[in-house]
Write a protein that binds this ligand. Structure first.
Ligand code: PEP
Length: 255
């Protein structure tokens, strides 16, 4: 992972209003120095309604913290009540958007085709999609985690060329480890993430070396260093531990 800059992204899920968002980002920025924020790319992914406030704070104070959204529409505009487009997010300065999070797949019936459309919509608007993939407990118990996750990633990258794939971040998040306190062992995570990189190399060539592959699932300040020690793991997508400023800052100081 030597040439790939580590990325720690905090997925706030449906937590924190815009005032709480400002307080958290201020605290986070105060807890990390310039060197730490250049060694590790730190990104927050608040709910939509917080983004404008986060943008104003980060741009106004020139904070070295990135931000993005948790989802986007496949459509550019129009009669899609409740949806938010990639163009709107780009206008707010979002650099990242998670796509295909397991909670969206599970509670909003997002399938691979829709997820691939969202990946393309993000790229079309100059936003880096963080494509989330990962198996459920049944698949893991059947020993099918590598095959399942590789297939899910390939489906999510449908119709992209190597140059576009080079702009995607992949997050391996085994569903059984999300919000459960049950973390994959670093070796388990490396097994799948290593296989994802190998598949990217087979399909898209050299660009596979530059693509950042994250692990997600109950990452905390106490286990991040161990996870980051694995060869193919370039960062983490963090849920629960990202809405506590002190804990998230500790986590971001892992090196
Ligand atoms: C997530 O939602 O992406 C996640 C990894 O959650 P948690 O860290 O709480 O398991």
């Amino acid at each position: 992972a030597a040439t790939r800059r580590p990325l720690i992204a905090g997925n706030w899920k449906m937590n924190l209003n815009h005032l709480e968002a400002i307080a958290l980002v201020q605290k986070l920025a105060f807890s990390l120095d310039e060197k730490q924020l250049s060694d590790v790319e730190v990104v927050v992914l608040p709910p939509y309604v917080d983004i404008r406030s986060v943008q104003t704070l980060i741009e106004g104070d020139k904070l070295l913290i990135g931000y993005g959204a948790q989802d986007l529409s496949t459509h550019p505009s129009g009669a899609y009540t409740g949806e938010v487009s990639g163009g709107m997010l780009a206008k707010l300065g979002c650099q990242y958007v998670t796509v295909g999070h397991s909670e969206r797949r599970q509670y909003h019936q997002e399938n691979d085709e829709l997820v691939a459309g969202k990946v393309r919509a993000a790229l079309a608007n100059g936003i880096t999609p963080i494509l989330c993939v990962g198996e459920g407990l049944d698949v893991r118990e059947a020993g099918q985690q590598v095959e399942f996750t590789v297939n899910q990633m390939v489906a999510g990258l449908d119709r992209l060329d190597a140059k576009q794939v080079g702009q995607v971040v992949i997050a391996y998040e085994p569903v059984w480890a999300i919000g459960t306190g049950r973390t994959a062992t670093p070796a388990d995570a490396q097994e799948v993430i290593g296989a994802l990189r190998a598949e990217l190399a087979t399909r898209f060539g050299e660009v596979a070396d530059q693509i950042r592959l994250l692990y997600g699932g109950s990452v905390k300040s106490g286990n991040i260093a161990m996870i980051m020690a694995e060869a193919d793991i370039d960062g983490a997508l963090v849920g629960g531990a990202s809405i506590d400023a002190e804990e998230f800052a500790r986590l971001c100081r892992f090196p």
